[in-house]
Design a protein around this ligand. Structure first.
Ligand SMILES: Nc1ncnc2c1ncn2[C@@H]1O[C@H](COP(=O)(O)OP(=O)(O)O)[C@@H](O)[C@H]1O
Ligand SMILES: Nc1ccn([C@@H]2O[C@H](COP(=O)(O)O)[C@@H](O)[C@H]2O)c(=O)n1
Length: 210
């Protein structure tokens, strides 16, 4: 295998980053050519904190992430070495006991809030994408998702959004859109964007086979 190509997908919470990444991966389901790595899995471990303390963490500040581990593991993959990726559990706000074994692949899709904000991560990306979805749409999507899938109450989602998520988004995430090569409006169901990216990924895989 030649050099891995890294596609970075940034954007606000619930903008559709994971949905787009999943749709890309689906096209290559039975191959080892494309792998997705979520920055969320590199949230810092909080096993030594109480649940009460964990709830108070600002999860929308860059300091909440162990980006050094993220960068180190990406470099390992690029060097052809498999990794044991941490797996994050949103319900208990910390890493789970399990890890996920990831093999090197032609295309590595990395997705998360700070992929373009963090200089080290940004520099590792060959293609930089920002998913641009209006704040009100993102808030509605997040409310539904966090209650259904992340064990939250409506009140806690509103409280977190108004105290940290919104201000951190405006401070760190929105300004990072200037680093994008491509901006995808409306997130996960943008079929044209998904088709264009799929064409690009297929050509990368084909080149690597030559
Ligand atoms: N274009 C879209 N239209 C409607 N719902 C969407 C769209 N894109 C994503 N969603 C939904 O919004 C929620 C957040 O999307 P997700 O991909 O998890 O965002 P992110 O990874 O940016 O946080 C999910 O429940 C997803 O199914
Ligand atoms: N324990 C945690 C960790 C993170 N969050 C929130 O998740 C958001 C990032 O994930 P997306 O899929 O929405 O990009 C981020 O905005 C954090 O507020 C959390 O609520 N609890």
């Amino acid at each position: 295998m030649k050099k891995s190509v890294i596609i970075g997908i940034a954007g606000g919470s619930a903008s559709g980053k994971s949905s787009i990444s999943r749709r890309l991966k689906e096209r290559y389901e039975n191959t080892n050519s494309v792998v997705i790595i979520r920055q969320d899995d590199y949230y810092k471990d909080q096993k030594n904190k109480t649940m009460e303390e964990r709830v108070k963490t600002n999860y929308d500040h860059p300091f909440a992430f162990d980006n050094d581990l993220f960068v180190a593991q990406l470099k390992q993959l690029m060097a052809g070495v498999a990794i044991e990726k941490p797996v994050y559990d949103f319900v208990v706000h910390t890493r789970s006991e399990e890890t996920e074994h990831i093999e090197p692949s032609d295309v590595i899709v990395i997705e998360g809030l700070f992929i373009l904000e963090d200089e080290q991560l940004r520099d590792l990306c060959d293609i930089r994408i920002f998913v641009d979805t209006d704040d009100d749409i993102r808030f509605i999507r997040r409310l539904i998702r966090d209650v259904k899938k992340r064990g939250r109450t409506i009140d806690s989602v509103i409280e977190q959004y108004t105290t940290t998520v919104k201000v951190m988004h405006n401070t760190f995430i929105e300004p990072s859109r200037k680093y994008a090569d491509i901006i995808i409006p409306e997130g996960g169901h943008n079929q044209v964007a998904i088709d264009l990216l799929t064409t690009k990924i297929s050509s990368i895989i084909q080149e690597n086979m030559l």
